[in-house]
Design a protein around this ligand. Structure first.
Ligand SMILES: [Zn+2]
Length: 433
């Protein structure tokens, strides 16, 4: 079932034609209302909307970095110079948890919030959950944007049981007593729950849950990891992804499990760039690069060519589900990426390779020896053993050899006891900085 079939199955060229009109209006709005973008676009000679052209010329416009938005924050403008709407028009202000210090604010008008929920509902509905079913969620409806996704479950027509973050007993009691069809968790937490249940002799695969929807960090689409989750839960695992500054759960995977569809189509435009040069890359089947997103119908603080720092792969072939447009799989965060003698290495990709070894427990920690992105080989990687497994030089050698073969990176693999790398009820840390 497709939540918004007319929109989601529209031929992609028609979508782009509609998006072109919305984009031109969004640019005119930015030039009229956003001091941030008037300055930024003025610096490259764009004073009026017609100077920028349409969506097919968007790659000529400058990219927007998160740091620029932060730098525009002052006491007089606490949200930033990109705020376009008066405070009286805002219905909500979320925070994003910055890696450095103070949070930044994400304001929304009533229309913006409604659009977020529309996109998020399409993304989550792609997983196959449908009206009348019961879903248990673990997001907190607190200061962070993930809280906005909660309304999308009601929009789909689900019976929504919010249990919040960080209370495994309460979550598992709800699974046991209320017999939900689906749960929504981070991939790290989904994996933790498989172990948690096994330790207590609970057969999670025998629970009522037939769908596990994962979001909040990359990893849900990694083949070996997904297989382990599906076996542990006895359920189908699909992933969703958003980015705080642009929108919540913008992308959602369908039951074909071959990448995430853009649930926020018509509201957000997606591009690909080379993360190092910033040059645009064609959105072709098999292409990879950093995802760049542009609001098309936003009002409070629309962003133009925002760098998400998500490194994604693109699929363009027809999807049997009938949804049109590009699909993506997130390989990792460019913030986590290391360059080992010229080779880009994503810790999530290291974990994916390690997970093909059943003797390894699945958790890894990359331990760069030098600060910064560039590293000399071998790159130290701690790999957790499976429960009860003893350290084995042959296993370490085999993991090192496969990492070299698949990722073309030289590593120094250290095997550590099961459970020693910690577990997360939210998101995993893959790099020790
Ligand atoms: Zn599909």
């Amino acid at each position: 079932m497709i939540l918004d079939a007319e929109v989601e199955t529209r031929p992609w060229p028609e979508q782009l034609a509609a998006d072109d009109g919305a984009y031109r209006e969004q640019l005119a709005y930015l030039l009229a209302r956003s001091r941030f973008y008037r300055d930024k676009l003025g610096a490259v000679g764009i004073e009026a909307p017609e100077d920028a052209g349409g969506l097919d010329a968007i790659s000529r416009l400058p990219l927007t970095e998160k740091a620029e938005l932060r730098a525009s924050v002052t006491d007089a403008e606490p949200i930033g110079a990109h705020l376009c709407a008066p405070t009286s028009d805002l219905v909500r202000v979320y925070s994003t948890s910055g890696t450095t210090g103070a949070p930044s604010y994400v304001p929304l008008t009533a229309g913006d919030l409604a659009n977020w929920i529309t996109g998020s509902a399409r993304s989550y509905a792609a997983s196959g959950v449908e009206a009348g079913q019961l879903i248990v969620t673990t997001y907190n409806a607190g200061p962070f944007v993930a809280g906005a996704a909660l309304a999308s479950f009601e929009r789909i027509g689900l019976t929504h049981v919010p249990v919040g973050t960080g209370n495994t007993d309460r979550l598992m009691l709800a699974v046991h007593r209320l017999r939900p069809d689906a749960v929504v968790v981070t991939p790290s937490y989904a994996a933790h729950l498989v172990e948690w249940a096994a330790e207590r002799g609970i057969d999670l695969a025998a629970s009522s849950v037939s769908r596990v929807l994962v979001a909040g960090e990359p990893g849900g689409g990694e083949a070996a990891f997904r297989t382990a989750l599906e076996e542990g839960w006895g359920a189908r695992v699909t992933e969703a992804m958003g980015i705080g500054d642009i929108g919540v759960s913008l992308w959602g995977e369908c039951e074909e499990q071959d990448g995430m569809h853009l649930g926020a189509r018509g509201l957000v435009h997606a591009e690909l760039i080379d993360a190092e040069s910033g040059d645009a890359r064609p959105l072709e089947d098999g292409a990879a690069g950093e995802l760049v997103l542009t609001h098309l119908r936003h009002r409070a603080a629309p962003l133009l060519r925002f760098r998400t720092r998500d490194h994604v792969e693109v699929r363009l072939g027809d999807c049997p589900c009938g949804r049109t447009g590009p699909r993506i799989r997130c390989v990792g965060r460019t913030d986590d990426m290391l360059i080992v003698r010229g080779v880009n290495v994503f810790p999530s990709a290291v974990r994916e390779v390690v997970r093909t070894f059943p003797e390894a427990g699945g958790a890894i920690l990359v331990r760069p020896r030098a600060p910064g992105v560039k590293q000399e080989p071998p790159l130290p990687v701690s790999v957790e053993l499976a429960r009860g497994a003893a350290p084995d030089d042959a296993l370490a050698d085999a993991i090192r050899a496969r990492l070299r073969e698949v990722l073309v990176v030289q590593t120094a693999v250290e095997l550590v006891p099961w459970g020693s790398l910690g577990r997360s009820e939210y998101k995993s840390t893959l790099v020790a900085r």
